[in-house]
Ligand binder design. Structure first.
Ligand code: ADP
Length: 263
């Protein structure tokens, strides 16, 4: 988790809200420059990004919107070291993500990134408590300590009474709350959420987003959320649109998060 206090995070949020191009006071946690990604497919090359740039400051809750197929998931995968760019640089907290070996990338993901997907991907044969503990067990934390931390996080998402339940015994909203606890138990620097409420009904989606928003604020997180939901996007610090291989501030034609003097 980043070291920014919630107050400083909130200040960073305020300083960027409505003035996305103003020079930041803090250094970006995410800095992407000249990103390109080309997939070689049987039907030829598919190029998704054309020199995409992005800065995300500590404490920001950034929404990314865009048409299906625009490359939103691919962008999150590259930021989270699940995929590699064809060209350009991606720095996360000064770590050059694209240069990591497979082993280093796995450790980076475990330590620095919390990931929430549209589908919860909880392990069906394990309890909610064990699922939340997984990232800590994977990094070698003693089982007792990992389970204690997981119990704390189940309390954070108001599911302490479901610790022994398996995912199949939980509702869709509860499953996503467990997935959120699992994403955050390892104190990641960055939370990446790919349509985290996309598989939920409107009311449940609102509740899960409320929780995400609360945890983002109380734990001083930096978060990027891909969403199709304009109401949820409007609640974020900034909304960026991914279109034609580049990010722009939604509703404007300015480039996204590029601060003067840093381009
Ligand atoms: P979005 O999340 O905006 O819907 P995606 O990032 O999932 O978009 O995908 C963007 C495009 O890249 C899609 O056309 C998809 O088919 C293609 N794509 C994604 N992953 C691969 C891959 N591994 N190989 C080839 N094409 C891919």
């Amino acid at each position: 988790m980043n070291q920014t206090s919630p107050a400083a995070a909130s200040q960073a949020s305020r300083s960027t809200r409505g003035s996305e191009l103003r020079a930041p006071e803090a250094s970006p946690i995410i800095q992407v420059r000249g990103l390109e990604k080309t997939y070689r497919t049987a039907r030829g090359a598919l190029t998704l990004f054309h020199g995409l740039d992005l800065d995300v400051l500590p404490g920001e809750l950034v929404a990314i919107v865009g048409q299906s197929g625009a490359g939103k998931s691919t962008l999150l995968h590259i930021l989270g070291a699940l995929d590699t760019p064809t060209a350009g640089t991606v720095h996360c907290a000064s770590i050059n993500v694209a240069s990591l070996s497979q082993r280093e990338a796995a450790a980076f993901r475990n330590r620095e990134i919390g990931y929430v997907w549209q589908f919860h991907y909880l392990l069906p044969e394990f309890s909610a408590l064990e699922n939340v503990a997984m990232p800590l067990l994977a990094r070698g934390t003693a089982r007792r300590d990992a389970l204690a931390a997981a119990a704390n996080w189940l309390r954070e998402v108001d599911l302490e009474d479901r610790a022994d339940h398996r995912p199949g015994e939980l509702s869709g909203g509860e499953q996503q709350r467990v997935a959120l606890a699992r994403a955050l138990v390892g104190a990641p620097r960055l939370l990446l959420a790919d349509e985290p409420t996309g598989d939920l009904d409107e009311m449940t989606a609102g509740k899960v987003f409320n929780l995400l928003e609360r945890l983002h604020a109380t734990h001083g997180l930096t978060s990027i959320v891909v969403t199709h939901n304009p109401d949820l996007a409007a609640r974020c610090t900034r909304t960026l649109r991914l279109e034609s291989g580049r990010l722009t501030v939604a509703g404007a034609s300015a480039p996204a998060g590029l601060h003067p003097g840093k381009a």
